[in-house]
Design a protein around this ligand. Structure first.
Ligand SMILES: Cc1ncc(COP(=O)(O)O)c(C=O)c1O
Length: 373
């Protein structure tokens, strides 16, 4: 049997998310309904239906439709549409890259904590994984000197999550260039899960595939674009890597599905509208969240720069898992306890829930923490 650790965040959310009244645990920017989506064209979804109308519900395009690949390629400076491969979400993109490249005995360095796939899948494949820790006192950045100590002549891959789940920290271009320099010296791949984009400062963010020929960018419509239900993501790489991935894709997914491909393409075509809606939501909620943090002496947050997840430290005299379970039972507020990220004084707080949910969730969280005054 393949050994793999339980997925901390997913186990927690699968168990509790349907019982929450005030769910401020999620990292998606409040999801769009089909009604919202169909209104993006200003014509009651005529554009989307016209796209679908012509399609047979066959397997469809194996790697994603040409239109999908073109729309995705526009998100990068140096990626040919040919080298975009559609996947089942970013989850599928990360699995594809790791499954295709990591062998038993390989050395992998993974930013830690971050998205659990990025270290526990390599481990399950038999790799030796070293953690590259992030530090709260450095705005949740990892330390390049520590990377220099971890890197080996045989390091196969460095795995990053930019922006980071759970902290929301964006690794800037200058920092990534230094990571690339270290990776290039030993020929290591750099896989970056880029599912969270900063909404207000897009220039702060540089996809790894635009910086490094052995860079692998993975992404999807799930977070920044508010459509996780479409289950469409992608890998963006050079041609050589795309060829390696093609072989493994044939064994694992065949295609993303005609309906999903067309909806994803339609959303990407209207991305300016989706991003404008989300920018407004994120910035509005961020102001509410900052204000709460300034007044709340039992919480301290390294504020994310318009990325939809955050990792506050809570001053409560009980273990964080029990605190979160009781908080949900007694108040209906859902957070993710930090033990899911091996950081037991913190919680993941997704402030990009609908505004009313955020306001009430924070109010109830404060009241609950102050029972310990
Ligand atoms: C960093 C990161 N990558 C991937 C995912 C899953 O993305 P998708 O819905 O695209 O599979 C998540 C979801 O929480 C995430 O936080």
């Amino acid at each position: 049997m393949v050994k793999i650790a339980p997925f901390g965040v997913e186990s927690w959310l699968n168990k509790w998310e349907k019982s929450a009244t005030y769910d401020i645990s999620q990292s998606t920017i409040a999801s769009l309904s089909m009604h919202d989506l169909l209104n993006l064209d200003g014509n009651n979804g005529q554009e989307f239906y016209a796209m679908l109308d012509k399609q047979k519900m066959n397997y469809g395009w194996i790697e994603g439709s040409p239109e999908f690949k073109q729309e995705v390629a526009k998100l990068y400076q140096h990626v040919d549409p040919e080298n975009i491969l559609q996947t089942n979400g970013t989850t599928g993109a990360n699995i594809l890259a790791l499954y295709a490249l990591i062998n038993r005995g390989d050395h992998v360095i993974a930013e830690y904590p971050s998205y659990q796939q990025l270290y526990d899948i390599p481990k399950s494949l038999g790799a030796a994984v070293d953690y590259w820790h992030i530090h709260e006192e450095d705005n949740w950045y990892p330390d390049l000197n520590e990377l220099k100590k971890l890197i080996r002549p045989d390091t196969k891959m460095i795995c990053l999550n930019n922006a980071n789940n759970p902290t929301g920290t964006i690794l800037d271009r200058d920092f990534l260039e230094q990571v690339v320099e270290i990776a290039r010296a030993v020929g290591a791949y750099v896989l970056v899960d880029e599912v969270y984009l900063p909404l207000d400062h897009p220039a702060d963010f540089t996809p790894i595939v635009d910086l490094y020929d052995k860079g692998i960018s993975t992404n999807s419509l799930s977070k920044t674009y508010s459509v996780p239900g479409v289950r469409i993501g992608w890998t963006a790489t050079n041609a050589e890597l795309a060829d390696v991935f093609r072989k493994f894709r044939d064994y694992t997914m065949i295609c993303g599905g005609v309906f999903n491909d067309q909806l994803a393409t339609y959303v990407l075509r209207h991305r300016d509208q989706v991003l404008a809606r989300n920018r407004q939501l994120v910035l509005g909620n961020l102001a509410i969240y900052k204000d709460w943090n300034d007044r709340e002496d039992r919480a301290s947050v390294v504020m994310p720069r318009s990325v939809s997840t955050s990792f506050p430290k809570l001053d409560v005299p009980v273990d964080i898992h029990t605190f979160c379970e009781n908080l949900l039972k007694d108040t209906g507020v859902l957070l993710v306890p930090g033990d899911a990220f091996d950081t037991p004084e913190h919680v993941r707080l997704g402030y990009c829930a609908p505004e009313v949910t955020l306001r009430e969730g924070l109010k109830r969280l404060s009241k609950y923490m102050h029972q310990y005054d």
